[in-house]
Design a protein around this ligand. Structure first.
Ligand SMILES: [Zn+2]
Length: 263
């Protein structure tokens, strides 16, 4: 049965099968997402993803053994720190925060922790952490990426010519609109491109030769740092629903394999 971790009483928690139950830990961020989208975009997406994942699992199985941990609302957002409103942990703080939560869960007997990464900047910490937890505690930490951004149905939502769509772009803005359109101010939207890299063939913000990019690298066509990739102006709530639903569905086979994992 899927339940919110925080809703259980102590007595109910004592009854949970800790060997088989997955604790899904959604990892958000509180950081700038351009002019138009809220600072809590990744937290809002994390909450929505959890809802869609739950719906998809419950369609198929009545008794899927999973507890949903509260969204961790702040993450590693160093790259956005100079833009107003962005909040970040230091890398070691974030590592230890997640480490301590994991140790507490392992202390109570949980063996399967699944980190749902809803902000790319959190990934490196979670990757390092998951190996340490597995090696030190003998538990199984899994990593799930929240957005199926390479799925054809998701790609099809992106407007033609919007080739840099990424952080704070059309896809993320659409997902927020799917939750609450009033949180998005599309009339203020401007497009962003990775200006220092656009004439490069090899050195790019990501790929085989890259740099630790910062938000200031993403600029408007006029050169003003805007901190987002892509053009959010084509965003719609319907596109957001497609992205959320497709991304949730893409994770279901993996979650079932995590349930069956014997490690
Ligand atoms: Zn985001």
């Amino acid at each position: 049965m899927i339940r919110n971790y925080r809703d259980l009483t102590r007595l109910e928690m004592e009854q949970v099968d800790k060997q088989e139950t997955i604790v899904l830990i959604p990892l958000g961020a509180l950081e700038q997402h351009g002019n138009q989208a809220p600072l809590g975009t990744d937290d809002i997406i994390a909450e929505a993803m959890v809802k869609y994942i739950r719906e998809e699992l419950e369609k198929e199985e009545e008794d899927f053994p999973m507890l949903i941990f509260p969204v961790i609302p702040v993450g590693l957002s160093t790259e956005h720190r100079n833009f107003c409103g962005s909040i970040t942990f230091r890398p070691d703080t974030y590592y230890h925060l997640l480490y301590d939560i994991s140790v507490s869960l392992a202390h109570h007997g949980f063996k399967k922790l699944a980190f749902l990464v809803c902000h790319g900047g959190n990934s490196p910490i979670v990757q390092v952490l998951s190996r340490e937890l597995r090696s030190e505690l003998g538990i199984s930490p899994f990593i799930l990426s929240s957005g199926a951004f390479s799925h054809p149905d998701v790609k099809a939502t992106v407007s033609e010519g919007n080739i840099w769509d990424f952080h704070g772009g059309e896809m993320e803005t659409s997902m927020v609109m799917a939750v609450d359109e009033s949180l998005v101010k599309l009339d203020t939207a401007e497009a962003g491109i990775p200006a220092p890299f656009v004439n490069n063939k090899t050195l790019l913000p990501y790929g085989s030769v890259s740099i630790g990019w910062v938000s200031e690298d993403w600029r408007t066509a006029e050169g003003k740092p805007i901190g987002i990739g892509g053009d959010p102006r084509g965003a719609t709530a319907e596109k957001g629903r497609i992205i959320l639903r497709t991304s949730a569905r893409a994770l279901i086979p993996g979650l079932k394999e995590i349930r069956d994992w014997k490690g």
